[in-house]
Design a protein around this ligand. Structure first.
Ligand SMILES: [Zn+2]
Length: 274
């Protein structure tokens, strides 16, 4: 899908850095329509691609080169975002062998790995570090983690020290800008995984950061539902569901009690587009 757009508009990515181009330039076959009589479901479907037709998988080094860096201009960030979406699709196809669309052109995906990542469970610091520590931490993530931890230390009269920020998600919701962040902090030699919600209540470009919550994730926690809104939910009131976060991806871990944070509860797909 993305590569087709690329073929139509080759100039669009001409300024992309070479590691990004290396991903965008991988081969991509034309989709093949499989008529209803040859499809196991009895409905027509489309073969998007098979693993042997799309070149090598995208390596961890190539994925790292697609992460945004401070100093990237808008066009580079745009190319990297397309590259990341492209990489996710290619590596999915390598992992599963092929990718199909149904008769309504919706991707038929096996999301059991994603569902496993989201599931409410005990996630250890070590697991999170193993998954996320290679990401480049931004100054903003470090600042927000320090801010959240300072508020936690003050309230609880403890002295946790920040070890490392791990992952964060920034999103607009109604009037405010929210950040959900996971970081690791240490107290008496013991590392603990934290979740914090920070709201920027500033107006007209003026920053006014408020730590809405900062919670150690010592027992059950769950990932965000941004990519998986098919799971039946509880406690729905119109589009709001206070049991989980729909703004974050599965990798950002939230407290099992969704009412402890205030952003991300709107289940409508269009609310969180970035
Ligand atoms: Zn969230």
């Amino acid at each position: 899908m993305i590569a087709e757009e690329k073929e139509k508009e080759p100039a669009l990515f001409s300024g992309a850095p070479s590691p990004v181009r290396a991903v965008l330039d991988r081969p991509w076959p034309s989709p093949v329509v499989i008529p209803a009589e040859h499809s196991p479901s009895g409905k027509a479907r489309t073969l998007v691609a098979t693993a042997d037709a799309i070149g090598d998988p995208i390596s961890p080094e190539e994925l790292a080169a697609l992460e945004d860096k401070e100093g990237d201009d808008a066009s580079t960030r745009f190319c990297k975002a397309i590259g990341r979406a492209n990489a996710v699709m290619r590596n999915y196809i390598h992992e599963h062998g092929s990718l199909f669309m149904d008769d309504k052109f919706k991707y038929i995906v096996d999301n059991s790995a994603q569902a496993g990542e989201i599931r409410c469970k005990n996630v250890t610091v070590e697991e999170m570090e193993a998954k996320l520590i290679k990401r480049k931490v931004t100054k903003e993530q470090a600042h927000l983690s320090e801010l959240a931890l300072a508020s936690f230390n003050k309230k609880r009269k403890v002295k946790f020290e920040l070890c490392e920020p791990l992952i964060s998600r920034t999103f607009w919701e109604y009037r405010g800008l929210f950040v959900h962040i996971n970081f690791v902090a240490k107290h008496n030699g013991k590392k603990t995984l934290f979740f914090a919600e920070i709201e920027d209540r500033g107006q007209g470009g003026k920053e006014m950061l408020e730590v809405r919550c900062c919670i150690p994730l010592e027992s059950l926690c769950q990932g965000g539902y941004y990519y998986d809104r098919t799971v039946p939910s509880h406690g729905h009131r119109k589009s709001l569901d206070f049991t989980r976060c729909y703004a974050c991806t599965e990798f950002v871990k939230h407290p099992a009690d969704g009412s402890t944070y205030s952003g991300g509860h709107d289940g409508r797909r269009k609310i969180y587009l970035v």
